[in-house]
Design a protein around this ligand. Structure first.
Ligand SMILES: *Cc1c(COP(=O)(O)O)cnc(C)c1O
Length: 462
């Protein structure tokens, strides 16, 4: 399998190179040159597989020659070994509502499903080439801890995560700073998340520095993350249908960067019998407005109770654009240029109609998010995290839709307190965090200060 850029400016690359490249070198996103079609017989057989075997079956055609079946099996086994549920992504039930629990990984959020695998893929491909990688990222919460959990203890990787000092929740901060592996470096920036992100962007645009210190990223546009996330759509369908291919299933997906819901779209294009994909956004509703009105236009970011979805420019949207525009890279480039010029992309009637066939969409306010958490808890005893509650609320008109649960509620105790007036019971990975030993360096919100700190650390580790 070869991968191309959505903007057409990259010679086809294999899976390993696509994973190591992350963002395509022409600024586009990497997509497979063709999608494997899954047959009815395959779907029936796959419905009997456990999560790990299914993951290997779904991913093998995308991996091509770059991993043998035995290597893939080993990487998958190691990636899901420290999930706290034997089914990895079990289906639960809240009253009549089906909930696909994606939070059984080491940091209790769905990003673990992809980042545990990505960390192992990085280490594997680096070892093969005798190389090393230094990952740098800024986080306002969930991604930082999941990225650290994905690469901790890997000898060929150092990871530096910048977070705004005192501005992430105590649990999220401790999930990062209590990881004491030598290759993990937490930097508390004395400034805002925007400062931290600006510094990381500036480091990446210093091409000399980037090359000399082999900088890499773990952002949500890595193809391997999308691929890992398609697996649970197949898994949930198999559990519900028991292989009956006339059974169609709908999914409601809390959406920020469009990664998770794009994985569902991909599964559908591969032939999984998905009835409807419901795109659930909070007050940051650029994607909902796109589906409703055929106009993708930027506004300002609002802070909500579901912070992992407080996003305006959805970084994976360009992958969907590529398929919506019939895989025409020139057309994608033109639309992206329009976005950069005007802050908006307009779509024709036909394009809009197709998008509205591909997705239903709903935006959910904070008040309705809290109301949904309260209502579900009162009626069923099941506690939703605020992101998951957005998805459940958005699917109100589709009681049969499976709702993806993207985080454990104990990660968002303030919202839980506000909704039901008590704490969510914490899973083992979140217990005792406040008593554990921490390691973290403070640094000024200044590019040179951060760069000096990185250099000093890397000089001692390489
Ligand atoms: C990242 C995240 C999301 C959004 O996922 P995308 O792939 O960015 O759409 C939703 N909920 C939680 C808890 C997250 O961490």
């Amino acid at each position: 399998m070869k991968y191309l850029s959505t903007r057409g400016g990259v010679e086809p690359v294999g899976f390993a190179e696509a994973v190591m490249m992350g963002l395509a070198t022409d600024g586009g996103l990497l997509v497979p040159e063709s999608l494997p079609r899954v047959s009815a017989e395959q779907l029936q057989a796959w419905s009997r597989l456990g999560f790990q075997d299914l993951a290997c079956a779904v991913m093998q055609p995308f991996v091509g020659e770059d991993l043998s079946a035995a290597e893939l099996k080993d990487l998958v086994a190691r990636s899901y070994a420290n999930f706290d549920h034997p089914e990895i992504t079990p289906l639960a039930q809240a009253g009549e509502r089906r909930i696909l629990e994606l939070f059984h990984g080491p940091t209790a959020a769905f990003k673990d499903v992809a980042l545990q695998l990505l960390g192992n893929l990085f280490e594997h491909f680096l070892a093969r080439g005798g190389e090393r990688l230094n990952i740098i990222g800024a986080t306002s919460g969930d991604t930082g801890s999941a990225a650290i959990a994905g690469v901790r203890g890997k000898p060929r990787i150092q990871i530096f995560i910048l977070h705004p000092k005192g501005r992430v929740s105590p649990v999220q901060e401790r999930q990062m700073t209590t990881v004491l592996d030598d290759n993990v470096h937490n930097l508390a920036v004395k400034g805002t998340f925007d400062d931290a992100q600006r510094i990381v962007k500036a480091l990446f645009s210093d091409l000399d520095f980037k090359r000399r210190y082999r900088l890499g990223a773990v952002n949500s546009i890595n193809w391997a993350r999308i691929l890992a996330q398609t697996v649970y759509y197949f898994y949930a369908w198999g559990q519900l249908s028991a292989g009956d291919i006339s059974r169609r299933v709908s999914f409601s997906v809390p959406t920020g960067n469009f990664g998770d819901v794009f994985a569902g779209y991909l599964a559908k294009r591969m032939g999984l019998p998905i009835e409807r994909l419901i795109l659930a956004t909070n007050r940051n509703d650029i994607l909902t407005r796109f589906v409703h009105h055929g106009l993708y236009s930027l506004t300002q970011v609002h802070h909500t109770l579901s912070p992992a979805m407080d996003i305006q420019v959805a970084s994976n949207f360009e992958r969907y654009l590529y398929y919506l525009l019939d895989q025409d890279a020139d057309a994608v480039s033109n639309r992206v240029a329009a976005m950069q010029r005007d802050g908006r992309i307009e779509f024709s009637k036909t394009e809009h109609r197709r998008a509205a066939e591909d997705f239903a969409a709903n935006a959910v306010s904070d008040a309705d998010t809290l109301e949904q958490m309260r209502e579900t808890y009162r009626e069923t005893g099941y506690l939703l995290c605020p992101h998951t509650a957005v998805g459940v609320r958005a699917a109100a008109a589709w009681p049969d839709a499976v709702c993806l649960a993207t985080a454990h509620p104990a990660k968002f105790n303030e919202a839980v307190q506000e909704a039901i007036g008590m704490d969510a019971p914490a899973p083992a990975c979140l217990q005792g965090l406040l008593e554990k030993e921490e390691r973290c360096e403070e640094v000024a919100a200044d590019l040179n200060a951060v760069r000096d700190q990185l250099k000093a650390t890397l000089e001692t580790t390489q």
